[in-house]
Design a protein around this ligand. Sequence first.
Ligand code: TXA
Ligand code: MG
Length: 336
Amino acid sequence: MLTKHMVLISPATDESLDRAAHILRAGGLVAFPTETVYGLGANACDGLAVAKIFAAKQRPSFNPLIIHGDDVAMLSKYAVFDERALMLAAHFWPGPLSMILPLKHDSGISDLVTAGLDTIAVRVPAEKIARDLIARVGLPIAAPSANPSGQLSPTAAHHVAQGLGEAVDIILAGGMAKVGLESTVVDLTTNHPVILRPGAITAQEIEVVLGCTVTYDHQNTTAPKSPGQLLRHYAPQKKLRLRAVDIESDECLLAFGALRFMAQRDGGAAKDFAPDRIKNLSETGDLYEAASHLFSYLRELDATTYHRIAVMDIPNHGIGIAINDRLMRAAASHSS
Ligand code: TXA
Ligand code: MG
């Protein structure tokens, strides 16, 4: 039996990993770092444990979860890998790619994981701590991002503690998540692969491997294939104003690249702002660096006294497509 206790943040050591594996086998919840964001894990074959994930996050039960495994061999017990899936796995795993594949029935996966769909999302994470944990447990781990549903995803252990607190039995700490955005979700259950959630791995990169066209469908809000495509998502408390070319007096700034031409509307250059008023995702204009800072900088700006967050334009290519997807959803959450 697990007893309730203050949430425990523990650096990943042999001891804490053993303990976390024990908690997972006993039906508890473990938050752990992946290269994308921190996940909230439960044994994917234990319906009661998976139900705790939905309760802790207040996640709608129609929104299915990704299962995390060691390798294709482990995940093929639960999902049907066709030739395309095998090629993508060989090329991108371990790494920030989740594939939607046909579910193998009666494989033992809880129905809550798939929300009753006949497909399942699978991924092999690259982060060593995640891999060590999965190897110790020897079971698929269902793990959404470790944040209350609809809020910013966690890229550090203390973000998890802030958002979920005592609902988690242990938080394994492993520094800042390296990618900083959730995995690319590609649907392979159709003739042409479709990206339901953009991430670090782009449509173009997948096209190169498969030799066929791959399209984005993450802005489909009328008939979303992925229930997680709900428009309201990744929401900070403050309003966001996108593609800002100047700053209003009650705003702080999420910057990208050079600040030369950025100024307050009624006078004063951005470069002279108080340090808490401006966060630059990447001074050199590096989109990967920007992605890794996005959620933590939004959190920091959200905690200031300014009323709104102005966001500079982010180029819409490569991982910039994923950054703009998250920003669009964060901004949309206030307009309705
Ligand atoms: O990077 C990540 O993927 C992180 C880390 C922890 O691995 N996990 C994550 O999980 O972002 P979550 O639950 O926050 O997002 C999973 C997304 C949701 O948009 C969900 O709707 C979609 O994947 N999804 C899961 N299973 C699906 C399915 N069978 N069909 C369509 N979409 C699915
Ligand atoms: Mg999430």
